[in-house]
Ligand binder design. Structure first.
Ligand code: NDP
Length: 225
């Protein structure tokens, strides 16, 4: 199955490193016009060296007003990958209000805000679109010292379903990809960023035209046990 994104405009958040960076590069190589969003300019500079066609956008997505201003001239988008997140680790009894707010601001509120901006444009143009939220196995599986992170990803799963319900009226599909967490020796050996990127590309593409509102584990069957 070949997936091409020729003629599509895509935006990827958290594209400076890791899964977001690999997704931005894969989309660009598959023909999409890609806007890469992150908050560290040096990461955008190195990404552009690797792929000069990518359009950079530097903003801290935890800042609602700054995001609004940065996205003002974004232009039309067909595809969104809501990937930016942070994962501060604390024992449950030591979580502070600040740590809670920062994590929810990026992982949930930031994703909601970017999706609002992009989906409003999709609705206005009437051409539909596809949004993929990058969640985690941690939305469904308790992890030591990850209480806030797990809660943000559970919230993102539910946000995905309600977005799918409401935005479906405008032919905008919304799905989530839930990768496993690399914590074990086996996980490090067997888990590849490409496995996650391939699932993201499938859900963004028309090959998944009948798939809406799912949270897709990419975990080698971990959650099935
Ligand atoms: P990385 O930490 O490697 O990359 C995250 C990217 O998001 C970085 O470029 C980071 O920029 C950016 N980012 C973070 N906060 C903000 C912000 N406030 N504004 C703008 N950009 C921001 O993450 P991964 O690639 O590991 O993870 C990507 C996604 O996959 C996340 O949603 C994560 O929760 C999920 N995931 C990851 C797993 C893993 O094992 N890696 C497992 C399951 C889910 P900067 O570096 O400048 O902060």
């Amino acid at each position: 199955m070949e997936i091409t994104f020729a003629g599509k405009r895509a935006i990827v958040t958290g594209a400076g490193k890791g899964i977001g960076r690999a997704t931005a590069l894969a989309l660009a190589r598959s023909g999409a016009e890609v806007t890469a969003v992150t908050r560290t300019q040096a990461d955008l500079d190195s990404l552009l060296k690797e792929c000069p066609s990518i359009r950079p956008l530097c903003v801290d997505l935890s800042d609602w007003e700054a995001t609004e201003a940065a996205f003002k001239d974004l232009g039309p988008m067909d595809l969104l990958v809501n990937n930016a997140a942070c994962a501060p680790l604390q024992p449950f009894l030591e979580i502070t209000p600040d740590q809670f707010d920062i994590c929810f601001n990026v992982n949930v509120k930031g994703a909601l805000h970017v999706a609002q901006i992009v989906a409003r444009g999709m609705k206005a143009r009437g051409c539909g679109g596809s949004i993929v939220n990058i969640s985690s196995q941690a939305s469904q599986c308790a992890l030591e010292n990850h209480a806030v992170y797990c809660a943000t990803k559970a919230a993102l799963d539910m946000l995905t379903k309600v977005m799918a319900l409401e935005l479906g009226h405008y032919q905008i599909r919304v799905n989530a990809v839930n990768p496993t967490v690399v914590m074990t020796k086996m996980g490090i050996l067997n888990w590849k960023v490409e496995d996650v990127v391939n699932s993201i590309l499938f859900l963004l593409s028309d090959k998944s035209a009948m798939t809406n509102g799912v949270t897709l584990p990419v975990d080698g069957g971990f959650l099935a046990c």
